[in-house]
Design a protein around this ligand. Structure first.
Ligand SMILES: [Cu+2]
Length: 222
């Protein structure tokens, strides 16, 4: 009986050492085995904003086309009087540019409508439209990171965007990208003021949620 136990222990020890040896051979032979990514833990759809930065770098190296830009837009503000605005709210963007929405207090969305139907998701008017919707982004005071929503610009078509929170759209929390001369920011805002409902889209689309250190974010309007 005692002999058998010793034999068993010896066998286990031998097994352990041969496994350890095997493991070290594996790690010696494949030093480039990818480590498990810890970014994105518990936040599947969130990535850092490095994609946009890399894109800009690549475009700058390519030479021929004008360098693409990251256009930063602050959504809301801790300042009560500036809390229902996109800053800036009437912009031009070129294909290759990326709109980087930076969310401030308190809880807003970036959602796309048509010019004709403000405060309503564009899919309701144009079922095949490539819709933009960030989802609701709650933001507390003094956060150390800022949630971003990066929207790549693929063409020069006008885009009409609004915040789908509460009455924010009707209260003027709208913006335009490449607005047409006869469908301007001012006209869109005026039409939004008369909307009878403010409707969010159902799924996050048209961009990528991420996060940047608050120190790297544009200071919200005060
Ligand atoms: Cu809002």
């Amino acid at each position: 009986m005692r002999f058998n136990s010793v034999a068993l222990l010896t066998a286990l020890a031998a097994g352990f050492f041969s496994q350890a040896t095997f493991a070290s051979e594996i790690s010696n032979r494949s030093p480039a085995a990818p480590a498990a990514p810890d970014a994105g833990k518990g936040a599947g759809s969130k990535t850092s904003s490095s994609a946009a930065a890399a894109k800009t770098t690549a475009a700058a190296g390519a030479g021929t086309p004008p360098a693409s830009k990251i256009i930063k837009i602050v959504v809301g503000s801790p300042d009560r009087n500036k809390s229902l605005v996109f800053t800036p709210n009437d912009i031009k963007a070129a294909p290759g540019d990326v709109l980087q929405f930076q969310f401030s207090m308190i809880n807003h969305t970036v959602t796309q409508s048509t010019f004709a139907n403000p405060c309503m998701p564009i899919a309701g008017s144009e079922p095949n439209a490539a819709e933009i919707h960030s989802g609701f982004v709650p933001v507390g005071a003094n956060q150390t990171t800022v949630t971003t929503f990066e929207v790549p610009i693929n063409n020069t078509q006008p885009m009409y965007l609004y915040c789908a929170q509460g009455p924010h759209c009707m209260l003027g929390m709208v913006m335009t990208v490449n607005a047409a001369a006869n469908q301007s920011f001012a006209e869109y805002k005026a039409a939004a003021a008369k909307a009878t409902a403010n409707v969010p889209a159902t799924t996050v689309k048209g961009g990528v949620l991420g996060s940047i250190p608050a120190a790297d974010a544009v200071p919200p309007p005060q």
